[in-house]
Design a protein around this ligand. Sequence first.
Ligand code: ZN
Length: 999
Amino acid sequence: MGPKSSSGFYLSRTSATFLSLLLAALILVIIILGALYARTTPPQWSHHICDTSTSLENITDPTGRPGVWNNPRLPQNLVPLHYDLELWPRMQADDEGNYLFSGQVNITISCVEVTDIVLLHSVQLNFSYVGLRLLGNKSEMDQNMESHGTHYKLYAIDKSTLQESKAYKHLQDPTYDIPGGNISTKSVWTFENHSYVVLELSEELVAGNLYLLELNYTGFMRQNSALFITHYKDFNEDKAVVASFLEPENARAVYPCFDEPALKATFKIRLVHNSSYVALSNMPAVAVSEREDKDGSVWTVTTFNTTPKMSTYITAFVICDFDYVNITERGNEIRIWARKEFVQKGFTNLALSIAGPLLAYMEDLFNVSYPLQKTDFVALPDLDVEAMENWGLITFIEEALIYDPKKKLRNSKFRTSLIFSHEIAHQWFGNLVTMKWWTDLWLNEGFASYMEYFGVTFLDSKLNRDELFTMHNLQPIFESDVGAHSNSVSLKKDLYEVDSSYMFNEFTYDKGSALVRMLSSFLTEKLFIKGISSYLKTFSFSNVDQDDLWNHLQMFIDQQDEVQLPTTLRHIMQSWTFQRGIPLLTLNTTTGKVAKEMFKTDNTDNITSDSNHSWIVPVTWMKNGIEQTSLWLDSKSKVFPLMTTAADEWIVLNINVTGYYRTNYNKENWNRLAKQLETNPKAITTVNRIQLIEDAFTLARYGYNEYGTALHLTKYLEKEDEINVWYTVLKHVMSSDYPLVTYTNFPLFKKYILKRINPIYQRYANIIRTNFDEAEDDYFIQAHIELILKTACSFGLQDCLQLAHELYATWMKNCSWDVIPESIRDPICCYAIANGGENEWEFAWEMVNKTEDMEIDFLFYAMSCSKEPWLLHRYLQYSLDMDKFSAFTLFHDIIKHEIGRHIAWEFLKENWQRIKDIFGPRATVDFYNVLLPIFASKATSDLQFQEIQLFINTTMNENQRERVLELVENKRRKCLGWTSKINDEILNWLQSNIDEAQI
Ligand SMILES: [Zn+2]
């Protein structure tokens, strides 16, 4: 599925702030609903099974006896070959307000091992008929079927020789009745632990025979369920759309099936729907007919072409009243679907302009033909993820697909390009070649995530792929891949008891793609692309584990001399995919010794059970700006005589950070790097400048180095014109979690930073004042300019404050939302209000109340920046008339600011009973859980801290108090420890270096 929203593009501040609260509430609701559902709607068996007339009750594990159903994986004795599936969703609610769907599926299965039990998946489906029939002996088909393990490539059947086959006739036309006996059934029941339907048969199924499993059933559509209905407005009319989202294991909630990714089959799908709606599925529609129901209503039946062999989780269904724009690229019809209003306004044009070129580009890059004749891209008003790669029917949440040129949502062009690239890459990585089991999900997601960067840089050649990957992928995953919560990319064991959705995490996506990038780098891109192209061809319509990938690439490595590896590719890559954490390489340029260890942020992180730190590390490096022959580090440490330096020489490891590791150096080398940056920064690549700073600050934060080492690297910054380098520096300097600027060092830091930031600030201020539209499509400026402005204004740069005043005053004059570009609204409005008065504040409040627009979080934040105590106090009063989420956000914003924090503390003390009365005791505890630790972290004396403890003790009952006190104390301890650690270190460094730095 698509890039997760945690990549942070558009989670609003409100959303982000309440995520934890919402999550807790959501879990509770799910538990309650789950319990209610389980109690009220047991599956029903309404009538006969096969040739028995016994009415069957739903029984869960009727005897408690153990059996194959205890295994969470399906037995491999039956293999589905083909599904003939009809779905009929009712878009009108029944008398009880439920949206029903009915279904009928005939599954052709091949018996490969004798059995008297049929197991398949089903969840929350109510069956009205279950039958099993013998189709015939498959030997008549064998000579024409290509065997691959236990799976059969039906698509590869030589059809001409089979046309007389009865089984084949049935596959082509399910109404063709094959003579053959029914298989009688002893019992049919569900085993809910593993979502199984169990058919216990009176006779054994014979290996070598084909059988037809027939099931009729009903289910309910719900919000966020596998098949769901969403109501929305189009041109002010009420509309509804039905869509599916089946990854990882939700196909079983729409149709009973063998719901494992390796059990690929072909699918012939029919959708029954109202004639005014359009039905879409993976393949093009091939027939449309009518059907009359028992009430005399006429329905449309749309039948789709048979799919290639594919996994259940990428089957897809949409029934909608959308419009579309289309184009044909290389014989592939591309349609972009959205609500009619959006299509008419041209919001689908961006998607239409990129979909075809991206499909053609990836087809050429992988050198594997796209196997489908049509591809639909559908913008849904509701979807749990940003996008889902269903083969031939890719679904998106609307915000990820539509583009309103007037609204200019921040980064939306870039974001749409990125998501489209990801989903289109999945058509090969995931849909054509699929992982055997979810533990190797990274073979889908890691590759699709890496290919995103090929796609976006193909669409926008100004973007540097390495720089983009470093900023967008490596920085966040390097930060996350530490401590006990980090995971390995792949798991050696099956996910027996773990929900398969567990694998959809940042390690699968971001670390997975970083490892693919490292692989591509040490193989060379040429060999890598050649190898994966062959891998995609070899395993088309089939499944793989990572060994298949390594062994396949190894063949290409063995055929050439240019790239030499120290051991097998499998050995190298398994040292990365099965280990969590990130290595730290430390080079001593005096001795040439490189040592390897796990990078730790906490001494208590001693978990080594799944990790022996045995990464085999490709070491690229440069000396004095000249790239050297790369080396391998396959032991804990190694001496490389070439890596010693003379007095004026320096070394940088990990060129362009293609290796998945951090680097540290002896002090001499750090100092020489700092000196080199001061004389000629461009001798070191932009990506390496970014990473040197990123590593130096991170190593200082966790005690590997002193802050002086990191700060030394910033002395040259007056000469730095790359916004990504600046962003990386400021991300550390302005961090709110690990703040470097304190009351004590503020005046020195101010002098130090303002002198250096002024040139780059002036450059962007000039662009903002003259023509910011030109920067509209520059992703890096849009993403990072906010931090430059925020830093300049917060250190009091006069021109920055003036700029904020100018833009805000113009906005107040003409009330046009376009005056302040979206990417700089936060700092501009905040500092305009902070340095303005009542009029500026009132204008913001007026705009908040005047607009229905959801994107007004920045105004709520801006109003909290006021330095007028009475305005802040009144703002807090207003919060009591808001919903609890808005009120909470408002408090949270206000206490980020010095003056606001004092006002909010007094207000909270005075009004805690009122707050409790208005928002309820539960909400109050949530408030306190989050807000009080922040107050505690900012307490500058024991007296203040004791006051907070007293407040907790007097306002909360004993049960609630314990948790909040613990949070408050932890936060206080961490902050005190942090401040005392850095205070002297940074102050001393600034004092020794400020003279030469002064303006
Ligand atoms: Zn994906």
